[in-house]
Write a protein that binds this ligand. Sequence first.
Ligand code: G6P
Length: 481
Amino acid sequence: MTQAELVVVANRLPVDRVVDADGENGWRRSPGGLVTALEPVMRRADGAWVGWPGQADVEVDPFEFEGTFLVPVSLSADEVEKYYEGMSNDTFWPLYHDVIAEPRYRRVWWDTYVRVNERFAKAAAEVAAEGAMVWVQDYQLQLVPRMLREARPDLTIGYFHHIPFPAYGLYSQLPWRRQVLEGLLGADVIGFQRVADAGNFARAVRRQLRYPTKASGITVPEPDGTTRNALAKAFPISIDASSYIELAQREDIRARAAEIRESLGNPKKILLGVDRLDYTKGIRHRLKAFGELLEDGHINVGDVTLVQVASPSRERVEAYVQLRDEIELTVGRINGDFDTMDHTAIRYLHQAYPREEMVALFLAADVMLVTALRDGMNLVAKEYVASRIDNRGVLVLSEFAGAADELPSAIRINPHDIDGMKDAIMRAIEMPPSEQGRRMRALRRRVMEYDVARWSKSFLDALDDARRHKSDTRNSAEVHA
Ligand code: G6P
């Protein structure tokens, strides 16, 4: 087996399984930002990526794909149900998003979560070269850092948490709160989206484990009686901004944007929402505000259309099934009350689109609505900004999205305050071009400067520092021996 100097461990592999016209199985690179970001890094480092192929009971041998060695971890249908749908997305997901939906605590889910985390850790331990760096991603794999450290003390381990880390008062509900903190503290560097997330984590560590913390450092006791320092701090993730700029410059995509406007009946203003269909995104609150604006007569369907893309997600988890029903009922009601033969209030699309179509939509949209009730970062906000090469358009951004820390020139909203959101939407619709330009330029500067390459570099630099520090300590221990 290949021995890699850099190993990424994530719930999903960076590829999707596709079946071609002849019924042959193949793989296609998945569209995600993390995948794009790490591609050049993985290529340079001869990296390996450990992950689930995305379907139950798929057994595939490791294989090389576009310069990265892929190590598939197989999950049975029962494990998908308990580890992925259950523990990851019906316990951790709602708990870490401030209990917007009620988390369910099931002991059999936890047992499967532990077992599956062990499988990922074992696969990573097998593919990592002596002294390699391993970078674990996200809440599905919180126990992997500790398991890996125990199996392979020579490795330098990083972990990045893509979603929020909640306040201690909520976190402490978790029956396995100690095990999870200990699992994460197996890493040398633990990255979060926001400073507040890193702070919540450090507080949980102090309260639960009584380990001392100072600035970003946590003093972790080792089994041999010594201590080591783990770094827990914010590394806000970003997007591959230049690829959005390139798409936004393409003639065919610009023509497509014009065609979209045309097909909506050329409204004066197009509002846009783009989300996974998830209860954290505040889609219902957004629809409520929009419906009331129509009802109050502040806007009418001839002038303003809302396009809502809600891509299918986690469709076997009950909370998601319910949410879909509620949203589709609401959209149906609003459209039923306000549509005319020529114009629709809400063009609702329960579909996923390729990046080209998304950029065309961003270019067609005068106002982007990001109304998350809680969101680790929200990359859609950054994608919209990057695509607006004309420095036009308005971003309405929830203060509960991590992106709000970085994008103060957006119109900030509290999505729970429906009247406030209605005012913000009207302000966005009526904003003069000069103000749009001033705000959009500031937003674009930030997103172009702090792109995803910079994010991965800053995390990997911190990991490299940890590795160097480790070998220095080892050398000085040898001198003193
Ligand atoms: C969030 C999580 C990711 C996850 C993605 C899609 O962004 O942070 O870890 O991959 O949602 O969800 P899914 O359950 O389809 O992987």
